[in-house]
Design a protein around this ligand. Structure first.
Ligand code: PFF
Length: 454
């Protein structure tokens, strides 16, 4: 049956406003910083193929489910789950899904902000001409100097958090739409410029082969888990970010079409980043599997060698800060919306609470690159453990539960009327989200428990 609730937080002005905000959430450090270094670490082509499959078979159906739940519930994910469970005669425990999302958002932002801080630092370094004529030695030294200095990292992390919380405090909708409308095309253009540069390195085909020719011998169980985790991370799924944005979506908008557009934009940016970065890696003899520093060591080399590079480089990293910012906002919006709904706080106070908590958690990541770099659990330092726990466990688990709730716990009448996708489209989504997606996520998640081989 059709249900028409309204959100106390307001609505997007149009479907496009939603697309821009959701794309702003999806496109961020995950595309440009994380996707390339994971692809490098897990051996390229086969990882990329699994990632693309995960986006299509797992990510897209779950994104549709998240938007659907959000629009029907019209509240923060915690209250949306509580309301919908009650409406469908299901257990109130489903609200825990919302709580897990809030926790995941806090944990992710705590390290996301530190990497956002690196990006900030690189704007200043680029603009100051530090990388003009850079060699592998210069970029290496510059990166090490940054991450080994806890005070500097802390200062940048603090600045990133303050900027994020100011925007969230003012309300997600004001300004976000306009900012994304300018920022996304600009980022896209500079990525194309970088791809153009990579074409002339002499290693372009080698880069393409690394990214797109699957070598299954190099794919491990851990790689498959990381590829699926990255699909969730990059599409902002499994923690309620897209759900809360969906709760502001007008009733007339098509959910499947919106989801496809957001996923396509997100995937294009990640692939472009990979296509830009790997030729630079090979041309300079860098190690594709070096980990989290990959983008920060390769891109400055390219900017350092092109005419006008300091300017373009500074602009690129500034746009990346922006992209990170629009993602960070969506990481805390579920928690802030909840505090406003249930604790009667205004947005400013809610943001202060959330901001201070996340800032504090971020200290763990700041120190894991220097003071605590030796402290490991199962071979992972604090940042790596947090990233593994959130991307590879919490987000897929959240996504799995969202799929189960939408397809097994909501009545067909409710989902069909909310989705409004025509009989074939609905059927396709329903089969995917009811059988294919949960089974795929479940099997891949088994790897975490050690039940599947390495
Ligand atoms: N999708 C963002 C990125 O790729 O940078 C990160 C992110 C945002 C993950 C929001 C999860 C989320 F809920």
């Amino acid at each position: 049956m059709t249900v028409r609730r309204t959100s106390i937080h307001g609505e997007w002005s149009s479907r496009w406003a939603f697309i821009l905000a959701a794309a702003g959430s999806a496109i961020g450090l995950g595309n440009i910083w994380k996707f390339p270094y994971l692809a490098g670490e897990y051996g390229g082509g086969a990882f990329v193929l699994v990632y693309l499959l995960a986006v299509g078979i797992v990510g897209l159906p779950i994104m549709i489910a998240e938007i659907l739940l959000g629009r029907r519930g019209r509240q923060s994910p915690i209250n949306t789950m509580r309301t919908l469970a009650a409406e469908e005669g299901r257990s109130p425990h489903w609200q825990w899904l919302g709580w897990m999302g809030v926790l995941a958002g806090f944990l992710i932002l705590s390290y996301y902000s530190v990497i956002g801080g690196w990006t900030f630092a690189y704007v200043v370094r680029m603009a100051g001409g530090l990388f003009a004529g850079a060699t592998t030695g210069t970029v290496d030294a510059a990166f090490s100097a940054l991450v080994s200095d806890p005070e500097r990292l802390l200062a940048w992390h603090t600045l990133f958090m303050i900027m994020t919380m100011i925007v969230v405090a003012r309300g997600v909708k004001s300004g976000l739409e306009r900012a994304v409308r300018f920022m996304m095309p600009a980022l896209f253009l500079i990525l194309l410029l970088l791809v153009g540069y990579s074409m002339n390195t002499g290693y372009f085909t080698e880069g393409l082969r690394f990214l797109f020719a699957p070598d299954f011998a190099r794919l491990t169980g851990a790689g498959v888990l990381a590829a699926m985790g990255q699909a969730f991370f990059s599409l902002s799924l499994g923690m309620g970010a897209i759900m809360v944005y969906g709760s502001y979506l007008p009733h007339t908008a098509s959910i499947p079409r919106s989801a496809i557009q957001v996923a396509a934009a997100d995937t294009t940016v990640a692939l472009l980043a990979g296509v830009a970065i790997f030729p630079i890696i090979f041309a300079n003899g860098l190690d594709p599997a070096q980990g989290a520093g990959l983008a920060f060591k390769s891109l400055p080399l390219a900017f350092g060698q092109m005419p006008g590079g300091s300017l373009f480089g500074a602009l690129f990293f500034a746009l990346l800060v922006f992209a990170a910012w629009t993602s960070a906002i969506s990481l805390v919006e579920p928690a802030v919306a909840y505090l406003v709904e249930n604790r009667g706080m205004n947005r400013v106070r809610a943001c202060a609470w959330v901001g201070v908590t996340v800032w504090f958690l971020g200290l763990g990541t700041v120190f894991s690159f220097n003071l605590w770099s030796g402290a490991t659990l199962f071979g992972l330092n604090f940042f790596e453990a947090l990233d593994f726990l959130t991307s590879n466990v919490m987000l897929p688990l959240g996504g799995l539960l969202i799929a189960v709730f939408a397809a097994w716990r909501m009545s067909r009448k409710s989902t069909e009327s909310e989705l409004d996708a025509g009989p074939t489209g609905y059927r396709l989504w329903w089969v995917l989200v009811r059988y294919v997606t949960p089974v795929a996520v479940f099997i891949v998640l088994l790897h975490v428990t050690g039940l599947l081989g390495r």
